[in-house]
Design a binder for this molecule. Sequence first.
Ligand code: C2O
Ligand code: CU
Ligand code: CU
Length: 564
Amino acid sequence: MHLRKISTLVVLLLSVHLSFGQYNALVIPDTISGTTFNLSLRDTFKQFLPGNQTITAGVNGNFWGPTLIFRKGDTVHMNIHSFLNDSTTVHWHGMHLPAVMDGGPHQIIPPGTVWQPYWIVKNQAATFWYHPHLHTMSEEQMTKGMGGFIIVRDAEEAALALPRTYGVDDIPLALSSRTFDASNAFVFTTRHYGDTGMVNGTLHPQVTLPKQYVRLRILNAEMERGYNLGFSDNRTFYIIGNDGGLLNAPVSATRVKLLVGERAEILVDLGSDAVGSSVELMAYNAGQEFGFGGGEPSTTGIFGSLLNNRNFNVLHIVVGAATSGAVTSVPSTLVNNTYLTAADATVSRTLVVTDGNPGGAPFQFDHALFNFNTMNKTVALGTTEKWTVINNNVFGHSFHIHDVEFKIVSRSSHPVGAYESGWKDTYYLQINDTVSFVAKFDDYADEIHPFMYHCHFAPHEDGGMMQQFIVVDKTAVDKTEKPSGDYSIYPNPSKSRINFSFTDPGMKVYYVTIINSVGRTMIMLPRPQLENGIDISNYAPGVYFVQLTDEKTKTTVTKQFIKE
Ligand code: C2O
Ligand code: CU
Ligand code: CU
């Protein structure tokens, strides 16, 4: 064979190897639907690279958990069983729910414990997510892979001609990156930006998508990096949803920035692409303004990464055959949102980003690091408030608040973009930026359990750039008529189930915790429905303690029972 032919063959073989060998099939997380969601948290491992497996922590699996599909109006019951060696929490990012169910840093799930929050799904159709929120441990636990998507469906969304076949033309994409050490363990806290991108826990991912309009539900699940997303041929796409809901109408774009914790739903048209052709979803991160996470120039060190200040491939998309019933156009309008305006607000608050200078104290709000014992703000139930966050500091941030979806009403760095005109719970607070948003703090008051607001950069949040607020019902009846808080447990001893009888029949239960004789928490039940008692059939025989807190006075009375 002629030498030239041989080298051509070699080149051909190489390119075949590259085009098929360099990608891994994108993992599409399993889904759980209905009203009962069983989630098991475990320390585990996953084969990311040749050689050693990587130590991970998973929800019902070994990295990034199932997608929970909620229907608006349903009451969803979470059954969370932690088999982890460390405590954790599970927060429902973006969900509007009671603070005691929110899974923030206060709702600590000790090892071996079952936590059972439940709530009515009041959010409109959108893409949310769940993730650990244990103070100072968020970066580690998120790096290890705990988290997952939540998709809320509702009638308004269902009436629109949008792609919604999960995993076919409706694809969840959790964007992140990781650095591995020489033994393939994740590096965290000493490196905040990963060297290798990943989507849904897949390194070098590739997905085949049908030749039609496809909906991508994109989440920035990073620790600190921002993404300036676009397609490799600069094609136009349509932003249809922000964090907390669909927009009034699609917004066309060729780039969209997503900071940590933000979500965007986009429609992209693959209808003119040839079957078998490909296009890249890209992070156009080169040359971003200073303060954009991942724009730092270095490739090494705590803020260095091989992906920093570079354009890089996020997802290799191969175009496949169209499906039947393909969506072939973009709806001209979406849903009718009635947004809040600045004029609706009756209370205004200001937060200033402070500190964070190299060698000095970590970033914080108003020179106050997060402190479990400090209630930073008190909001009256039902109030519409305008919050202004000022960042004339040394870096950008991703600002997030729990409990509400808000409307951004002004930005000093640039006019509020159409791309961020919908319901938001997280936004990019640029350097030299002042951003105001308006939110209504409705439905859920709780004098004990707070909600959080914080920077969603995990190192900043863990470092204390987080504060807390309670929502209080000022019209609630006063507490002079105190229930006794007393109760009895029957049968006692019991083999399978314990029931409660209350001295004050009107008493409402705020919290029940059962602890075994060596102090291990067995179960945590926020605002439990106790009509059918509590199942103890799988408990080891012995003495247990019930700590029951009543709703009105928040006094806790401890009783003992014996499991036979
Ligand atoms: Cu995504 Cu306070 O959380
Ligand atoms: Cu949140
Ligand atoms: Cu920050």
